[in-house]
Design a binder for this molecule. Structure first.
Ligand code: FES
Length: 151
């Protein structure tokens, strides 16, 4: 049976990022040359997200991510990665500046049962910045290790 257009409840932007995810890492072996690594697992669905970041002068200048998650997780993280890479990168000294709600809006919405998937990239990013903080003894950074979902 084919998926009919009317049964497809994702926006065109979600579809675009799902079919052509940006800055995704799709190899088995982890990428090298990155400064920090983050991980987040969703107990709600059993999926997970990994992220690698490269930091220069306190800005994220490059990142890669890999997930064993669904279309919503892939599209949300692809959008997040696109936003971070735009301009000259995201400043790690400030609070996380791109919220899951921003991402959902930019994607043209997500089905309500898929909202938890949209935070996986955000949490993996938080985890990667926390890893950078610990590795570099940067107590000045406000970021904390993300809490696991309680479901
Ligand atoms: Fe697990 Fe979406 S259902 S990431």
């Amino acid at each position: 049976m084919q998926i009919e257009e009317q049964n497809w409840f994702y926006s065109p932007t979600v579809k675009e990022h799902f079919f052509k995810p940006k800055h995704a890492w799709v190899k088995d072996k982890s990428p090298t040359g990155y400064d920090a690594y983050g991980f987040y697992g969703s107990m709600k669905c059993g999926d997970k997200m990994e992220m690698w970041i490269k930091v220069k002068k306190d800005k994220i200048v490059d990142l890669k991510w890999k997930t064993f998650g669904c279309a919503s997780a892939i599209a949300s993280t692809s959008m997040l990665a696109t936003k971070i890479k735009k301009k000259s990168g995201m400043d790690i000294k400030k609070d996380l500046q791109i919220t899951p709600m921003d991402i959902i809006k930019r994607l043209g919405g997500l089905p309500s049962i898929k909202i938890h998937c949209s935070v996986m990239g955000d949490k993996a990013l938080q985890s990667a910045i926390y890893d950078y903080k610990v590795k570099n003894k940067r107590e000045d950074l406000k970021v904390e290790k993300p809490e696991e979902e309680k479901h």
